[in-house]
Structure formats: C-alpha cells, structure tokens
Unconditional design. Structure first.
Length: 318
C-alpha cells in the first residue's frame, strides 16, 4: 500500500517529473542492461514515485506490458480514480494506415483508446498522444468527421481531457497546424538537443522526454557503445562543461531542461526505486546565463543522428 508521509524534504522540482514507464513493460534504453523490470520492482518504484509527489505517468500501447503493469498497480493501491492522477498514453504507430479516405482510421483509434482505457482502469485518460505526427495527419485528412467527432465526444464525456502529439523532427509541428487543437506536446530535450526549448507560448504544457538521451549521458564517453562513437568528442566536451559547473553530466542535463521554464516537465524513467531515490538527492547546478554560448561551442560538430534513437540499433520503443 502506498504511504504518503515520505514526501517531506523532497525538492520542489521532483513534483514536475512525469514518470516514464516504458521500461516497466519492455527492454528500454541504451544503458539498460537488466532487461524489462520485474513487476515487484515496478510496483516498488511506482509506490516511491507516488510517495514523493509524482502524479503524472507516461505510458503507451506500444510499450509492451507497460499499460497493464501500471493498471494493476493503480488498482492494487486504489489510485485509479484519484483526482490528482494524470495518465498520459499514446496511440501506437500505425505504418499500415491507408493512404486514401477510410472510416477504418477512426475505428482503429477508438479500439486502441478503449483498450487503453480498460487496461488502465481509470475514469479519465488525462492525455492521449499521437505517437507520430504522420498518423495524426492521416487521421484528420482521411477520416476527418469520424476522428474529430469521436475525440470531441470523448472529451465531453470526460473520459479524455487532453489531446497531444509526440514530436521528433523539426517540421513535425508545422504539419499539425490547422489539423487538431493540441493541448499538450511531447518533445525530445537534453543538454545536446535544444531544438524545442523556445517553443511558441501557445503551447503551455510540454513534456520533455530523453533528458538523459535514453541513458547515454549516464554511460558517458568512457562507456560509449561502438555505434555511437561519432558522439565521443562531443560527450567529452559536455562532460568538461559539467565539471566546470561542479556537477555530473546527467545532473547538468536535467537542470538545463528544468531551466527552460515551468511549462516544461521532464519525462524520466527508472528501473528501480533506488534510482529514483538517488536522483532526488542530486544537488542540481545553477544554469549560468551564458549557457547557450557554452553549448554552442560544446556541440559545434555534433552528428544529428546521435540525437535520434530511431536511428540507433533496434532495441526499444522510441
């Protein structure tokens, strides 16, 4: 049973964390050498997250058993109907969607939503994200009435609160303009990937994934996988910058993302509760005013493919 008395002395920034749960249902992350998290360990991690005030949980149909594990934990603790709970899940990528107008698109969306709703056991899914912009564009253009009418109805019934999309490429957002009214965005962001830090203020609620570049920043230059060798010199410079700030590279990256502003919430994943406890004890550095100039220098020859886990050897969902 979750206890709520362990949240004292927890830094305020911890409450901005969205707990990523991909690794609870699949073998996720370049630094994950232990495989999928055992359900007992997953429950302990989720218990601790709730204790320290984390109320937002990110999952997806495409993350293996993640939704099922999260749903069982919510049920076992009586939290599925909690008013503070925020569940963010995603429409699984659909490479086989038709390219011509078809009512089958909205049916596919509805089926996945119902599966998520039933598996999670909640009264409301706070946010439903299109995992890929292309799927959202196809749904809106090829079955506009069915898709839009259904989404409006779900919001009116209170089963869905927000609609959003995961961005990957810099032109993704422009593709979505005039198609759906987006309540929330999910974007990549860390000390090496700064593309979305100046998002238009019309997007007041942004979740930032990959703050540690799927664990790469924990490995550092010393344990860099061979397929990421092009990032070696860049990591050396980033590590030097972190030392200059008297901190570690992961702590620097997290502090940098938090410095983007209150509307940005980092999506962080863990494999054990001890990892979360370690993070809570971090002494995050103050980000200097000239940080963009310092990063310009450190990232001067960065290979952009390093920033995109979709281009890494297949191991886990992106």
């Amino acid at each position: 049973m979750v206890q709520t008395s362990g949240s004292k002395a927890v830094p305020a920034w911890v409450h901005r964390i969205v707990l990523g749960t991909a690794q609870l249902g699949s073998d996720y992350g370049v630094s994950n050498t232990n495989g999928r998290v055992r359900e007992k360990d997953a429950f302990q991690l989720l218990d601790r997250a709730w204790e320290v005030g984390i109320r937002s949980f990110d999952t997806a149909r495409g993350y293996g058993e993640s939704e099922a594990v999260l749903g069982r934990w919510l049920s076992s603790n009586g939290l599925a109907k909690h008013s503070d709970l925020q569940i963010i899940t995603k429409f699984a990528p659909q490479p086989g969607l038709p390219l011509s107008p078809s009512p089958g698109i909205s049916k596919t969306l509805r089926r996945q939503f119902e599966e998520s709703y039933r598996t999670l056991g909640v009264n409301q899914i706070d946010t439903w994200l299109f995992h890929r912009v292309d799927d959202a564009v196809r749904a809106a253009r090829l079955d506009p009435e069915g898709t839009l009418d259904w989404l409006v109805a779900e919001k009116e019934m209170g089963r869905l609160k927000r609609l959003g999309v995961s961005l990957y490429d810099e032109d993704d957002l422009s593709k979505m303009r005039g198609i759906f009214d987006l309540d929330r965005l999910q974007v990549p962001g860390n000390c090496a990937d700064r593309r979305y830090r100046t998002l238009d203020l019309q997007y007041p609620d942004v979740h930032v994934r990959s703050a540690f570049l799927q664990g790469l920043l924990f490995l550092g230059s010393a344990r860099l996988p061979p397929f990421l060798a092009p990032a070696y010199e860049t990591l050396l410079r980033l590590e030097k910058l972190a030392r200059r700030l008297k901190t570690t590279l992961p702590a620097f990256s997290l502090s940098y993302v938090l410095s983007w502003g209150q509307r940005f919430s980092p999506v962080l994943g863990f494999t054990r509760r001890e990892e979360l406890d370690d993070l809570i004890r971090w002494d995050l550095p103050e980000i200097p005013g000239n940080i963009e100039l310092l990063l310009d220098e450190a990232l001067s020859d960065l290979n952009p493919d390093v920033l995109d886990p979709r281009k890494w050897p297949a191991k886990s969902p992106s």
